[in-house]
Design a protein around this ligand. Structure first.
Ligand code: GLN
Length: 470
């Protein structure tokens, strides 16, 4: 029997090569898990009906393939386009939309013949931190189904933990890969801005968005990231990363930033993680950032400004659903009524901060603070090679606990948004468990590195993982 809940891509690839099991058997094991658990967990919006056919095709290629991804079951967030398949970004407004082309990340993966199991649940248009904003019901955390899996890539995270796929793709605009990875005990990675092409990703905040992997180990995340990364002529903001270099091991900690609003068990675990980093040969030092506490407000101005602009394309004409009214404006209003309440809130916030009377007070100021933050990080990376924080200030919370309170939901992004604002790579790595109501819940450490130093995060991440004591 294949235990897909613990199996990594690396191990599965070896077994597939050795003929210990076939890609069809592996896919069957994932489908069985989905059958058993996903009624409750709700991690998939759709499980494809050709999973076994894809696996059979992969089986023909395994012997001759150099890629460890051949025959590996993967789950894909519902905002990443796969040609001929539906993509809804978990929104009613895109219900029934069929992707006319492959996202670049998908085209790159297809050359390696993995098995796409299905599209995963998410917060509508990736707006949220709990997957409760999906138009198709919340996803539940497999560690404790009364709790959220994080978001917005909560479906991708839960699918992997449950055993529905060995790894998944998510998207990260302010933490949406790293935070659900943290709340579900997985590794989540967001590369430097531009490291992965955004072509074929349903846009949220275009200066912040990145696609990336959620996986069980740092090596698996690296493997998947390397398969999708690299410059792409279809996304002019994409870049190629230089080869890995041996770097230093100085880790900066913004200690004063970690004092408020953080769960005490999470803080204790983070301090233990810093000790573990020392076991890896790291030297830690405190860093002071004058502008770091502006990161969250800056994010919640720039992101809605960009999101409101991006979402203007959902007008009932170009994509997805269309409602007919009496005239053009009625059509528009009736169609856009299919947006959920969080999406509407951000469209309103975004149009407000961009409106002529408030542009200077909000948007322009946020852009100026973004530059300030960039400069602060540039000088910090003159002193250290990594910056460490927890990924999330709390472990997974109860479904419904923050749903009515946008501010408390937004505060859960406090540690993750900065990497997007300044365009830096960041990884979330499981660092232990904290107990809540008799259940052990995962917590994680986040490491950030200088622009284009993505490989350094994988190499330190692998060392850190080896010191795991849980
Ligand atoms: N939780 C953040 C938000 O709601 C991040 C979302 C994301 O990264 N897509 O904006």
């Amino acid at each position: 029997m294949i235990d897909v809940t613990t199996l990594t891509i690396e191990k599965a690839a070896k077994h597939l090569k050795a003929g210990d099991f076939t890609a069809v058997e592996l896919a069957e094991a994932c489908l069985k898990k989905i059958e058993e658990s996903d009624k409750e967990i709700n991690s998939f919006l759709e499980v494809y009906d050709d999973v076994l056919a894809q696996a059979a095709e992969a089986d023909k290629k395994i012997a001759g393939s150099a890629s460890p991804l051949t025959g590996i079951p993967l789950a894909v967030k519902d905002n990443i386009l796969i040609e001929g398949r539906r993509a809804s970004a978990a929104s009613k407004i895109l219900e029934g939309f069929v992707a006319p082309y492959d996202a670049t990340v998908i085209a790159r993966l297809k050359t390696r013949s993995p098995v796409f199991v299905g599209r995963t649940n998410m917060d509508e248009f990736a707006m949220g931190s709990s997957t409760e904003n999906s138009a198709f019901g919340p996803t539940r955390n497999p560690y404790d189904p009364t709790r959220v899996p994080g978001g917005s890539s909560g479906g991708s995270a839960a699918a992997v933990v449950m055993g529905g796929a060995l790894a998944a793709l998510g998207s990260d605009t302010g933490g949406s890969i790293r935070q659900p990875a943290s709340l579900c005990g997985l590794v989540g990675f967001k590369g430097s801005y531009g490291a992965v092409s955004r072509y074929g990703l349903v846009a949220m905040g275009s200066s912040l968005d990145q696609i990336g992997p959620l996986a069980k180990t740092v090596s698996d995340a690296e493997l998947l990231f390397n398969a999708i990364a690299g410059a792409d002529c279809l996304d002019s903001t994409s870049v190629s990363l230089p080869p890995a270099r041996e770097g230093g091991l100085r880790v900066g900690v913004p200690s004063d930033f970690l004092e408020k609003g953080i769960d005490q068990d999470v803080l204790r675990n983070f301090k233990e993680s810093l000790e573990r980093l020392k076991d890896c040969g790291c030297e830690t030092r405190e860093l002071k950032f004058a502008a770091l506490h502006y990161a969250l407000p800056v994010y919640y101005i720039i992101m809605p400004a960009e999101a409101s602009t991006n979402l203007s394309r959902f007008d009932g004409v170009k994509y997805g659903r269309r409602e007919e009214g009496g005239d053009f404006f009625d059509d528009y209003r009736a169609t856009r009524r299919h947006f959920g309440s969080e999406v509407r809130r951000r469209i309103m916030l975004g149009t407000y901060v961009l409106s002529s009377g408030y542009y200077d007070a909000y948007y322009r100021l946020a852009v100026a603070l973004r530059s300030l933050l960039r400069r602060e990080f540039e000088s910090a990376f003159g002193l250290v090679d990594f910056i460490a924080t927890p990924t999330s200030p709390t472990p997974a919370w109860k479904i419904g606990e923050k749903a009515g309170n946008s501010l408390s939901m937004y505060l859960s992004d406090i540690f993750t948004v900065t990497a997007n604002i300044v365009g830096l790579p960041a990884i979330s790595i499981p660092s232990g468990l904290v107990r809540r109501e008799g259940v052990d819940l995962p917590v994680s450490i986040q490491l950030m590195a200088p622009y284009k130093a993505d490989p350094a995060l994988f190499s330190l991440g692998k060392r850190f993982e080896k010191t795991n004591r849980t």
